[in-house]
Design a protein around this ligand. Sequence first.
Ligand code: SF4
Length: 472
Amino acid sequence: MRTIPIVAAAPPRFARTGIARFGDALRRHRGAIVALQWGVVLCYAVLVVVPAFMPLPEAGASIVSNLRLAAQFAFWGVWWPFVIVSIMALGRVWCGLLCPEGMLTELASRHGLGRSIPRWMRWPGWPLAAFALTTVYGQLVSVYEYPDATLLILGGSTVAAVAVGAIYGRGGRRVWCRYLCPVSGVFALLAKVAPLHYRADARQWQQYQGPRERVDCAPLLDLRHLASASDCHACGRCSDHRGAIALALRSPNREILAGGGASTAPAANNPWPARLLVFGLLGLAPGAFQWSASPWFVALKQGAAQWLIERGYDSLMFRDDLPWWLLTHQPDAGDVFSLLDGLAILAFLAAATLVLGGTTWLALRAAARLAGGLRWHELALALVPLAGAGLFLGLSMMTLSQLRAEGIVPGWVAPARIALLAAGAAWSAWLGARLVAQHAPALPRRVAAWTCFMLPVALSVWVWARFFFPSR
Ligand code: SF4
């Protein structure tokens, strides 16, 4: 009897959709991207350095007529809030195509010493530690208000990025971005809900017969198993590599419902991104945005002042001659923090982190336990949309206060804030319900677990609603 050989059908090549072809175009036009990056580096250098040596704006100056105000608006009114939006909408295109710090560290690493990356640098807690340190320090020196503080923090970060690239970099790798950048961890969390990502087809990869080209993936990713948008800088350099990688659309829920999109066990077992989300974005960040207008902060400071006066420590606590790079000291602007101010800010931020973050963490652990088989750090990722909405609301306060100073007062701010907060909360609530349902088939457990999960959602909504609408 004649046997018929079984021939495996060749896997269908990734359809080069319009989106995939856009990714291919990014790969082909590296020269144009590099030119764009140099343009951003130039603008960044001017806006970071020059305003730090300018005098205070005169009365009546505006963002159109004064470079100092223009730079403040560019960094904190436009750049920060809209980078957050772009990452949730498009993935980390800011990192891959525009970020001046990423570009400079990559350039340094092309001529770097290529030393092996030390173990301390690989510690997975750096994204949380770097975010917390930068946020707290930024509040102490009033980074949003003063260009010398901006130069110190942004410029210092850029110098550190270049130094890390020069020492540990090799062949265009972004060691700084991968391990130490203070906002990389935040971007990695927000990118989990981006509806665009580069993905690899494992079968196509395996069956590829063409020439073996090397791709310089700046964040050092395993291209063969590319699935998550978290660490990918969306630079397009690997698009169509081995005919297996393409820029593609996906459901914005997919990565979180798949347990954080962790295609590899080490990523799935890493609780640090969830710690950053819970204690950093849902704890420390609201505290940092709200302390200056909080009645609790005023009460804390008054109580501490009273206590210190009664014990005779007033001369030490009320001294306000610390250098501006340690604590805000801008006498020309009439803005000087005393030691008591600094300690009260630290205490308020620590309390916000512990109370908001700690409550969220406990509720998530209880919810995950009730659901059974679900890890708290996987469930925590369902809070990414709400955290992203909170970040945007906090950062857009700078945008609005700067616009108000220009006489531009949009009338739709309150309804837009309510809509954004409601959308973030509803999206997180739905993701939480889906994750719980995947693990808890019995209805009573499912309801109990989801109720626990909803506690941090309600807490976060209350914190923002109370802040924006204090009389309601
Ligand atoms: S995987 Fe690497 S090379 Fe590919 S787009 Fe992302 S950052 Fe660029």
